[in-house]
Design a protein around this ligand. Structure first.
Ligand code: GLN
Length: 247
């Protein structure tokens, strides 16, 4: 049944660690989610829990973590386990959606092992682990999702991520390196967990993915949701342009 009638839906987004996890314009994902909801008359609340802030696991529909360098990941990782991990696991069981980019994606799995330094323990919300390689993967990326949808972005990481058996990647690499430069896959899209190496920002030029995430996040509290169509001419132009970039 479609939500309505005359009540306005509201999307509650928690942008975790905005001061630490925001590189290559990752914050643009929040702006896109916000704007695409506003265009449809869906209210948006954005929470920005930082270091030391506790979470109410029932509050947010969508958790976002951006990318960060190893030094930021160390700060975040300590706080995650001291202050937020239990609430995030509970939120996941309550149907919250997670969108994580690069450094944030690495912390969604079991661990990230930097080049020099101790293993950083992740949340284990997905069965995956990441180990830093000797070189960085830098450049434009295009991938194809199992439904044929293309997703474009820009990667810059040394981490190589390996997904466990049965964990669904976000897509197959068309060009670029993706999760590890070996198995031909990029990111993860498993149940309500999305992770990817794609910055750029990701969502402004991948509007279908943005809407998929908004829909899933709203479903937690509103049941079946069908978003109104938007005019995505400009977004599609940006997408096509990025798709044509090969390096
Ligand atoms: N430190 C991680 C890596 O290089 C994450 C980098 C990022 O978030 N861009 O693999």
């Amino acid at each position: 049944m479609l939500w309505p009638y005359n009540r306005r839906m509201e999307l509650r987004i928690a942008y975790l660690y905005p001061d630490q996890l925001n590189i290559y314009g990752d914050r643009g994902n929040i702006l896109t989610l916000h704007q695409r909801c506003q265009w449809r008359g869906i209210a948006v609340q954005i929470l920005t829990p930082g270091l030391g802030d506790r979470l109410n696991p029932e509050e947010a529909d969508l958790y976002f973590m951006g990318g960060g360098q190893d030094s930021q990941q160390i700060q975040v990782c300590e706080d995650l386990h001291k202050v937020k991990a239990d609430s995030l696991r509970t939120a996941a069981t309550l149907g919250a959606v997670f969108l994580t980019i690069c450094g944030g994606y690495q912390l969604l799995g079991h661990y990230y092992k930097p080049h020099n330094g101790d293993e950083l323990k992740g949340l284990s919300l997905i069965d995956a682990y990441t180990v830093a390689g000797n070189t960085r993967f830098i450049g434009n990326v295009a991938i194809e999702r199992p439904n044929g949808q293309r997703v474009v972005g820009f990667e810059n990481h040394s981490g190589r991520t390996y997904l466990g058996n049965g964990v669904t990647p976000l897509g197959k690499v068309i060009h670029g390196h993706g999760n590890n430069g070996e198995d031909g896959f990029e990111g993860v899209a498993h149940d309500n967990f999305y992770g990817t190496y794609l910055h750029g920002s990701l969502l402004p030029k991948n509007p279908q993915l943005a809407d998929e995430i908004i829909t899933k996040a709203l479903q937690r509290r509103y049941g079946s949701v069908q978003l109104a169509a938007l005019n995505d001419t400009l977004e599609q132009q940006a997408h096509q342009r990025a798709l044509a970039l090969k390096s």
